[in-house]
Design a protein around this ligand. Structure first.
Ligand code: GLY
Length: 369
């Protein structure tokens, strides 16, 4: 058993101190991945835009530093403007508005932010295809027809729908979320607990066409971050609905994820590659996402299973803190060695803002346990 109190407290202190420092240079902008020690910025409609305000709110909770709150509020203002860039938007409004507008409403009771989040939830629900029972992921980017594509990551956008249903006391959004989660459970999760990244459906009939590699190595491989999204996403659907089928799915994916980790508990970017060598890139973001999901899973179950999930999450976070942290380096990010999109050569073996977000989220959960 790792001596938890000391390292977790120390890691929380270091990460929060670093966010306070880097907020001076990052300001109210939208970091994506880091290159040469500095975060590259992306427009407010990019799927990652919620993670920096999300980090600012996490740090604000710990410090009460008003400057962090003001930066988060300015980020939310910019993200809310994207509601008028309707054609650019996509299913990841769940990440974007959940981490910015919903957080803002929760922390400072901002009714305008609540309205933005409800509009985003309506937009997300509007992407639902009733013939196939799935939420369409993306617009036709690059001229490619995406009208029948659903992706595993979308499980993480469903909490915006569950939240909206509770907020306005109307089950419609929850129904959409559950119908999508049921489709993902049926069509994406393999018997061994690994998952597909993209499944394509005929948008007219809803019939499954087939699966695509997406950001994974191949259609039949096991993209590590996809598994992490599924583990955490099904756990969230269970915690919002209490439906055992989502808990069983989360546990099946968690078993696959944990059984395929290398010794240092941080996965290679895909669990099924033709060969693994010492230069195969890791994905520290997948490790951070899975650790945060495992801590929720540990709360959802009892006894030995709960203990195991918590210990595994702790071991992952300990390894990230000790071997993947950018504590001494001249680097704005917190975690090194993530992989964004290997095949497109986008942020391979680089820091990613969502790796940082889930690392801090998980550390703070662990501290509070
Ligand atoms: N498509 C979201 C991700 O890279 O995980």
């Amino acid at each position: 058993m790792i001596a938890r109190v000391n390292w977790v407290d120390e890691a929380c202190r270091k990460t929060i101190d670093k966010i306070e420092r880097t907020s001076l240079s990052i300001g109210a902008s939208f970091p994506n991945g880091s290159a040469q020690g500095r975060y590259e910025k992306t427009p407010a409609h990019d799927w990652v835009s919620g993670f920096w305000p999300g980090l600012l709110w996490l740090a604000y909770e710990e410090t009460n530093n008003v400057r962090l709150k003001e930066l988060a509020v300015e980020c939310e203002r910019q993200i809310s403007q994207t509601l008028w860039e309707f054609e650019q938007l996509h299913h990841d409004v769940g990440f974007m508005f959940g981490l910015s507008s919903v957080n803002q409403y929760k922390h400072i009771q901002d009714e305008e932010a609540k309205r933005h989040a409800l509009m985003a939830a309506s937009l997300l629900a509007g992407r639902f295809n009733p013939a196939g029972g799935f939420i369409r992921a993306w617009p036709n980017w690059g001229g490619e027809d995406h009208s029948g594509w659903a992706i595993i990551d979308c499980l993480m956008n469903l909490p915006l729908l569950y939240w909206a249903s509770r907020e306005i006391d109307d089950p419609r959004y929850r129904h959409v979320a559950e119908l999508h989660a049921d489709t993902v459970l049926r069509e994406f999760v393999r018997d061994d607990g690994s998952v597909h990244h993209i499944v394509s459906f005929d948008p007219e009939t809803g019939k499954r066409i087939g699966e695509l590699a997406g950001q994974g190595h191949a259609a039949d491989s096991a993209w590590a971050r996809g598994a992490a999204w599924a583990l955490y996403g099904f756990t969230l659907s269970y915690s919002y609905t209490g439906k055992e089928k989502y808990l069983e799915a989360a546990e099946r994916v968690a078993r696959f994820f944990l059984d395929h980790l290398p010794e240092d508990k941080v996965p290679y970017w895909d669990f099924r590659l033709p060969d693994f060598g010492k230069d195969t890139p890791r994905d520290s973001s997948a490790a951070a996402i899975a650790a945060s999901g495992l801590l929720d899973l540990a709360v959802a179950v009892q006894g030995e299973e709960s203990k195991e999930y918590r210990q595994q999450a702790e071991a992952i976070l300990h390894s990230l803190y000790n071997h993947y942290g950018a504590w001494e380096a001249d680097e704005e990010a917190l975690l090194l060695h993530a992989t964004g999109y290997y095949a497109a050569d986008v942020y391979v073996d680089a820091p990613l803002i969502y790796g940082d977000y889930y690392f801090v989220e998980a550390l703070l959960k662990l501290k509070k346990l």
